[in-house]
Design a protein around this ligand. Structure first.
Ligand code: PMP
Length: 404
């Protein structure tokens, strides 16, 4: 497997570089992943050879661009096992996808006293839009607490879910702690009271296959840039029955059927939710990232990534002055070093070419619940990381300790 990974790494040009005099050790994949050559080529090909606007197919290039753009939508639908490509809406990313639901569904279907159930582990992108929807409608936020081991407390969730619960919005994988949340159980619980279910999949799709028909959630959001595609493109999966009922959230060109100065009729989903010229190149390149992943043995990559994660957690846990936070299961491992500010440690690691992230990881309520006012250092993996990267991080921490 190690040699295969070395071969795969060559697909990612960014990885082969010297940073601060050292070979780059890229451990900030939860923030954004690197891009394979195939994705870079797809971007380049679109702009160089087929650049034209979509859905205005009165000329050849526009027809080509439209076909590639809609094929990418179909690839994404297959990638997440959605029943139909009409349930795939292009967005700028996870944040925009959640905002779309919070504006369109949240502001039109929530009533005063309705409850929106989130968890303590959420990224700000899955908190603030709901807070705003609650403020606009009189709905209230309820929050699933953590267990003692910083997991999501399912028993408490069960107690919190009641007939006022109208919406459940939780992350699939915590970007801060790398924990995989029991979303299937939560979705099942939410369904017993007829609540709408929305999953933030930003940290899941790059690590393991997700299946909309098996999960059976109403909405699922993710970002291209965290699964080896460019920034500025993301996806909202939504069940047709909801997309048909929901009003548009942004209006203008592309999303209409007919317009007069007195009345507009809207296009059918997904176009109803895609006002204006979309990120055509980004969508096509996300399709290329899906192709890239589909060509890999994902089960083998998952096993490999899991072994690396265990090595990283074990190596960190063996250090007396390091505390790993929670129980990392996918991608991210958060830790703190006794009496050392996370930013100081990260700076010393950066000097050695090791890229990690520090701070609250856009999860301030979580950091507060864990009593981590300075946040954590987060090392986050992708399948192209190696045991050399893990060893470099552990050695880098030893070196930093000497310098501190
Ligand atoms: N949710 C989670 C769990 C995330 O990790 C992120 C990105 N850090 C987001 C939402 C927001 O994604 P984006 O910035 O791509 O919209």
């Amino acid at each position: 497997m190690a040699t295969d990974i070395k071969a795969l790494r060559r697909d990612f040009p960014t990885l082969a570089q010297i940073v601060n005099g050292h070979p780059l050790v890229y451990l900030d994949n939860a923030a954004t992943t690197q891009k394979p050559q195939l994705v870079l080529d797809a971007l380049n090909h679109y702009y160089r050879d087929t650049n034209a606007n979509v859905h205005r197919a009165s000329h050849a290039l526009s027809g080509q661009a439209t076909r590639a753009f809609e094929q990418a939508r179909e690839k994404v639908a297959r990638f997440i096992h959605a029943p139909s490509a009409r349930e795939i809406i292009w967005t700028r990313g996870t944040t925009e996808a959640i905002n779309l639901v919070a504006f369109s569904l949240g502001r039109h279907f929530l009533q005063p006293g309705d409850e929106i159930l989130l968890s303590t582990l959420e990224h700000h992108a899955n908190i603030v839009p709901w807070q705003q929807a609650a403020a606009a409608t009189g709905a209230v936020l309820k929050v699933i607490p953590l267990t003692d081991s910083a997991g999501l407390d399912l028993a408490a969730a069960e107690r919190l879910i009641n007939k006022r619960t109208k919406l459940l919005a939780v992350g699939h994988v915590s970007n801060a702690l790398g924990q995989v949340n029991p979303v299937a159980e939560l979705i099942a619980m939410a369904k017993t009271v007829g609540a709408v279910t929305m999953i933030d999949g930003a940290q899941a799709v790059g690590h393991f296959p997700v299946d909309m028909q098996a999960l059976d959630c109403d909405f699922y959001a993710f970002s291209g840039h965290k699964m080896f595609a460019p920034t500025g493109i993301g996806v909202l999966y939504g069940k047709s029955e909801w997309l048909e009922k929901m009003p548009p959230w942004q209006t203008g060109g592309e999303m209409i059927e007919t317009v007069s100065f007195t009345h507009t009729t809207f296009a059918a989903p997904p176009f109803k939710f895609e006002a204006g010229t979309p990120n055509i190149a980004g969508a096509i390149a996300l399709g290329a990232a899906v192709d890239y992943l589909a060509a890999q043995d994902r089960a083998a990559l998952m096993r490999y990534e899991d072994i690396l994660l265990r090595q990283l957690v074990d190596g960190l846990s063996a250090m007396a002055d390091i505390r790993v936070i929670g129980r990392p299961q996918a991608g991210a491992v958060s830790f703190v070093m006794n009496s050392v500010h996370p930013q100081d440690l990260a700076t010393l690691l950066d000097m050695q070419g090791i890229a990690v992230r520090t701070g609250h990881h856009c999860a301030m309520p979580l950091m507060q619940a864990l009593g981590l006012k300075n946040g954590t250092v987060r090392a986050s993996l992708a399948f192209y990381n190696t045991d050399d990267d893990v060893a470099a991080l552990l050695a880098g921490i030893d070196k930093a300790r000497e310098l501190l």
